[in-house]
Every structure is written in structure tokens, then in C-alpha cells.
Design a protein around this ligand. Structure first.
Ligand code: ATP
Ligand code: MG
Length: 401
């Protein structure tokens, strides 16, 4: 098999090799080409030290220079070039503090996590595959490089990575690795919540959500949830996730739908950003509250969230078997007609009310709300004169304040 190398990558290999260094493409890109899918990005491994790499290219960024990684920029594209390395001592089942650079590609491959990720390729020398990764890709199996228990002991995140790759690629986890995970699951507690969150996001958005079950089967799930028990029926939930697009907030909603208001704490503990936390919490709060097909009720919901989120909420409700066809129609018609459901769309604003003699403060806020409510019921009211007339008729005039 020959891997077609893009010109920029070929140029990087040539530049590294011309003064006599070695260079291979390596890792996820080799795996993905063998699998028959286009790689996301191309990573290069080299015998050149980071300083030598920097000296050979015009534009570089010291991305992870401590670990030997330099980003090389060519024609506005970026490529990671990493010096062959072996890892120093592992403390607390986490990434090693130090790394040791080496000149042997085999050493570099042996520190990698899974056989499918430990294949190097060179356009003229072909594959370097000491752990038979190509065979495992063929068999669709995720196998550790070396003894699984040792590799998971070194870095507990690898356990979650195995399940993540299984969910993304649809591969099986090899039995030795699976057993090692059940033994070492507690070590995941040593991994930072940020790194767990990153893996969890990819895992639940994978094309093969059945793999999520492995979190439960290995006992890792509790440590993913930062020490909490999963109280949902994961088998049922996975069936729902299979019907859900790979959108992280939507899939998180289904994954954590049992957690109700505690979902916010779980997401906070996993260091999710506030936007995601708010979005998921909103979906979970509204997921099991049926929506009435009533324009005012739908406008009140539309007001609470961006239209995109409302659409996602309806899609989630559909997965939960709520009949949302009529609601979707009503919402489309409200939006198509440009009917008002936010203060911003109201035909009067605070300045207009101030001119009508209404003082600023809570009263003004209350009056704007009253007017918005009236407009939600009767869209034809949303004209400045009509709203001011409504104000005089229904709300005791300015002198009353
Ligand atoms: P993706 O398609 O998700 O980017 P990838 O294989 O490129 O998959 P990365 O996390 O980008 O995964 O890592 C690049 C490579 O670095 C991997 O293919 C693997 O060889 C190695 N690697 C990454 N994380 C670890 C780890 N925790 N332990 C050992 N090797 C690792
Ligand atoms: Mg990658």
C-alpha cells in the first residue's frame, strides 16, 4: 500500500531529510489512511531535535517544545513535527513530566498507546510497524502497545482513549486491555477533568455510540462522572443517542437526562464552558415537559433561547417520542411571519416609554413585559401608536407613577 502524501507534508519530510535527519509520518494520519478515511491532520516524527527543526523552517511555533513538538507553518497550514522520544518517569498515572529524545523511530513508536497509533510511514521506505498495527486495523481491534496493565498504569487517560477510539472508529477493545481497565479504573481519578471532558466529548459524539456501554462495563463511568454513580438506563439511553446527530450538547442532554438539575454540577466538575452548561441544563429542564401547541407558549420558549437551540430541543423531544410536528409548524409560522417574542422586537422601547412619562426602573421593566405579553397574544398590536394607546388604556397613565 502506498499513502498519497500532500505536497506540504512531502516538503517537510524533504527539508528534514536533506541535512541527514530521518522523518516519517506517524500516528492518527497513518491509521486513518489505512482505514480508508482521509486523515484530519498530518503529523511528522523526526530524529531532528526541536532546535534543529526550528532552524530548518521559516515559520514555526513552539507548541509543545518541552515534549519535542514544533508546529511548522507552510502556506497557512500547520503541521506538528515531533522529535522521536521516549517518555520519562510516570508519576500518579499521568503524562510523564520529562521526555527523552532518541534517534530510533522504533523507540518513539513503542511509547505510543495503541498498535493502530504506532505505525510510521515513509514514501520511499514504506511502513515501520513493529507492533502489527496494520493487522489490528484490519481486524478492527484496539490493542495496547506492550502489556495493557503497564500502559494504563503509566497513563490512566489511555483507558478512556481506548473507549473513545472504539466509539469513533467502531473498533473492538482487545480483551487484555478491557480486563486491565476494569482493574485500573480507579486511576482515572488522577486525570484532570479537562482531559476527561475532551475524551468524553469525542466519545459521546462518535459514530458508534454502543461503545459508551464500555464505560459502564469497565466501571470507568463513575470516574468519568467525577465520583458519581450513573443513575440512567445506559442501554436505553444509547439507543436514543444513536438517533441523535453528533452534536455535543444534544448528546450530553440524553447522556445526562437522568441527572436533572445535578447535570449542571456534573458539567461544571468536568470544566465544561458556561455556554454548554447553560444549553444542556435548559434542554434537560424542558425535555420532559410537553410543549402545548399554543403560539403564546411557543413564543415564550423561543424567547428563552436562540432559534438553533429551539430546533435542537424539538429534535431531542422527537427522540423522546414527543409528537412535535404541530409545534414545529407553529414555530415556523411565528418566525416566518416575523412575529414579536422578544423585548428587542417590540415596537416601543424604554426611551419611548420615558417620553410617555414613565420613570426608569422596575416599573418600566414591568410595563415592557406587559406590552410584550400583549403583543405575543395579538401580533397586530406591535406598532408604536397602538402600543402607546394600549399603554394609556390598560396601564394607569404616567401621572399614576
Ligand atoms: P485523532 O484522530 O483523535 O486526532 P490521533 O491518533 O491523532 O487521533 P492524538 O490524541 O492526536 O490522536 O495523538 C496523536 C498520537 O500521539 C496518537 O496516534 C498516539 O500515537 C500518540 N498519543 C496520544 N496520546 C497518547 C497517550 N496518552 N499515550 C500514548 N500515546 C499517545
Ligand atoms: Mg490527532
Amino acid at each position: 500500500m502506498k499513502i498519497p502524501i500532500p505536497p506540504n507534508v512531502q516538503a517537510i519530510l524533504d527539508t528534514l531529510e536533506s541535512p541527514g535527519h530521518e522523518a516519517f509520518i506517524v500516528g492518527g494520519c497513518v491509521r486513518d489512511v489505512i482505514r480508508g478515511t482521509g486523515p484530519k491532520d498530518w503529523d511528522v516524527a523526526t530524529s531532528a531535535t526541536p532546535a534543529q527543526v526550528k532552524a530548518l523552517f521559516l515559520r514555526t511555533i513552539d507548541t509543545g517544545i518541552k515534549h519535542g513538538t514544533i508546529t511548522v507553518l507552510i502556506h497557512h497550514e500547520s503541521y506538528e513535527v515531533t522529535t522521536y522520544r521516549i517518555d520519562g518517569e510516570y508519576l500518579d498515572n499521568r503524562r510523564p513530566e520529562s521526555v527523552i529524545f532518541t534517534t530510533q523511530i522504533e523507540d518513539d513508536l513503542s511509547r505510543r498507546d495503541f498498535t493502530m497509533n504506532a505505525i510510521a510511514y515513509h514514501p520511499t521506505q514504506g511502513f515501520v510497524d513493529p507492533f502489527h498495527g496494520q493487522e489490528d486495523i484490519e481486524k478492527k481491534i484496539i490493542r495496547c502497545v506492550g502489556v495493557a496493565e503497564n500502559r494504563f498504569n503509566e497513563d490512566a487517560l489511555r483507558m478512556l482513549r481506548a473507549i473513545r477510539f472504539s466509539a469513533v472508529l467502531g473498533f473492538d477493545v482487545d480483551e487484555e486491555a478491557f480486563i486491565a481497565m476494569t482493574t485500573l479504573k480507579k486511576n482515572l481519578a488522577h486525570i484532570s477533568p479537562e482531559r476527561i471532558r475532551e475524551e468524553l466529548g469525542k466519545l459521546i459524539c462518535g459514530a458508534y455510540p454502543q461503545a459508551i456501554k464500555r464505560l459502564e462495563d469497565t466501571g470507568l463511568l463513575k470516574y468519568v462522572l467525577q465520583g458519581r454513580h450513573y443513575k440512567g438506563n445506559l442501554t436505553h439511553i444509547i439507543e436514543k443517542i444513536q438517533n441523535c446527530p453528533p452534536d455535543e450538547p444534544m448528546r450530553l442532554t440524553l447522556f445526562l437526562s437522568w441527572a436533572e438539575s445535578d447535570c449542571e454540577n456534573i458539567l461544571k466538575d468536568l470544566r465544561y464552558d458556561n455556554k454548554t452548561i447553560k444549553e444542556v441544563a435548559l434542554y434537560i429542564r424542558l425535555l420532559y415537559v410537553p410543549i402545548k401547541n399554543d403560539p403564546v407558549e411557543i413564543k415564550k420558549l423561543l424567547r428563552q433561547m436562540p432559534q438553533e437551540s429551539f430546533k435542537k430541543l424539538l429534535d431531542l423531544k422527537k427522540i423522546e417520542l414527543e409528537n412535535i410536528n404541530a409545534i414545529r409548524q407553529t414555530a415556523y409560522s411565528i418566525i416566518a411571519k416575523g412575529e414579536c417574542f422578544t423585548l428587542g422586537d417590540l415596537a416601543v422601547n424604554g426611551r419611548d416609554l420615558a417620553q410617555a412619562g414613565i420613570p426608569h426602573g422596575k416599573i418600566m421593566g414591568d410595563i415592557l413585559e406587559t406590552l410584550l405579553n400583549a403583543v405575543m397574544h395579538d401580533p397586530s398590536l406591535n406598532k408604536k401608536e397602538r402600543l402607546l394607546a394600549y399603554l394609556h388604556q390598560h396601564i394607569h397613565t404616567a401621572s399614576a407613577f
